[in-house]
Design a protein around this ligand. Sequence first.
Ligand SMILES: Cc1cc2nc3c(=O)[nH]c(=O)nc-3n(C[C@H](O)[C@H](O)[C@H](O)COP(=O)(O)OP(=O)(O)OC[C@H]3O[C@@H](n4cnc5c(N)ncnc54)[C@H](O)[C@@H]3O)c2cc1C
Length: 524
Amino acid sequence: MQTQVLIIGAGVTGTGLARDLALRGLSVVVVEKRDINAGASGGNHGLLHSGARYIASDPAAAAECHIENQRLKQLAPHCIENTGGLFVAVAGDDERYIADFPQMCRRCHIPVRQVDPKEAREMEPTLSDTLIAAYLVDDATVDPFKLSLDNMADARRHGAVLRRHCRVTGFQMAQSRIRRTTIIDEVTGRSETIDADVVVNAAGAWAGVVAGLAGATIEMRYSKGSLLVTQSRLCERVVNRLRMPTDGDILVPGGTVSILGTTSVRVDSPDVIYPEVHEVDTIIDQGAAMIPQLAVTRYIRAYCGVRPLLGADDPQTSEDDDDRAVSRGFALIDHARQPGAPSNLITISGGKLTTYRLMAEKTADLVCSRLGVTARCRTDVTALPDTVDARWTEPGLAPNVWLRQKAPDDMLLCECEMVSQSVVDEIVAGLQALDGRPDLKAIGLRSRIGKGPCQGTFCSQRLAAYLYDRGHLQGADGLVQLRLFLRERWRGQQPLLWDMNLAQAELLEAMHCGLFGLELEKSP
Ligand SMILES: Cc1cc2nc3c(=O)[nH]c(=O)nc-3n(C[C@H](O)[C@H](O)[C@H](O)COP(=O)(O)OP(=O)(O)OC[C@H]3O[C@@H](n4cnc5c(N)ncnc54)[C@H](O)[C@@H]3O)c2cc1C
């Protein structure tokens, strides 16, 4: 396969870059070792930052966030819920930080309005009655899955190619350039090569590993952040603790649920990560100081992601420092400037979901300068289309459509999120058009299946049975996929095993192990 640009990684950065380059008329191939948003893009808070969180620690990133926040609200409104955000302080919080907050926001051109704590509690009745200060900012929420799926769908409409489950395993060099990239198809085991004029490493936390395959070096640290999902939505707005960023100080609405986070835990590798019990305890303790209900609510799932933090060689951010001190700005690395590294390799890493479009623009500018292409960026003025590929990630859409259509034979496969057979049919058709591989995890990623209170107990086996009926699964495929699907759900359930969750987990075990004997199936 031949292309002008090869992008490694289909997170929000890689998919956003694919769209930018495809809109400029370049030929693009994206390779992803798992599926869209397998990395941090599928493991974050979904907060479209106003920038106010970074005003003290990183004013440049704060200002950048605000500009992109405003732009994305105009260009991708279907991916965003314009909730607004509150920064709140409770008794005992740092009064100097509280007093300086509006001035620091204004310095970064971030609009801010003080509200009386009583007014804030009228807006958000779950807020603590120990509130001492509150400010309104432009925070919003963004559906990261919809964002990346829409970016990739639009990129494909403009000629880009996505290869899922294809891992980059090596590079062949000639005259200090990457001449050929070797990928292995994780499903078929076949390997093949791609010839590209420029290779962009958008592998997120794995950027250092990928660069290393080409003989380039990036100093990286990995900061894991864990998040908890509540069973129902507790606030209308994003609620931030008014203090220097630390653990458990943001509650973000995620459609019908709320997402509480996060932590910053140094890990050795981005590969084996899971939310830990001590993180859950910290997040709940801290969150409950601003919203007491967080101490007693039901959490249906925990998940985590890894922030790739660049700058491990910076003496200002030594090993002992809090990783939150490391810049949340992005790094665009032109390896042509590094001795011994390939001249046609570029790495884009770090940054925020909120600034993905800007990161893509800067990277695409560099790629184009390399290729002598003069086409300018269009993603700053061209709306992101609302595509069919990303339709069913939206909370509440599947039930609305199902109730409106009143089709009695369109059986519900997932009762928590009310996802019907016809929705699954549409997603399967999309996957078949992409690469012909409908599997449980891929369908879960593109819909709300498995995301409700039962966390896959009932819907996973119904979905598998339906796929068998339709001939999309054969032999033992379904059992293997069921195990993979449930294992992923279990990772998020196991640190939350108390009260209702414990009962739900025991039911799941009784059904899937006691009845189906799933634990006896071999792991893939
Ligand atoms: C806990 C947490 C909370 C966050 N909250 C927010 C937030 O609320 N708002 C915000 O704006 N930002 C937030 N962020 C930051 C945001 O999630 C990231 O900046 C963004 O998702 C990074 O996207 P990416 O595409 O660069 O990396 P990733 O999403 O990690 O994508 C990299 C991709 O590369 C693939 N890959 C790796 N190696 C290979 C290989 N060899 N071959 C092929 N593919 C490969 C991976 O599978 C992965 O899919 C948060 C991050 C974390 C961890």
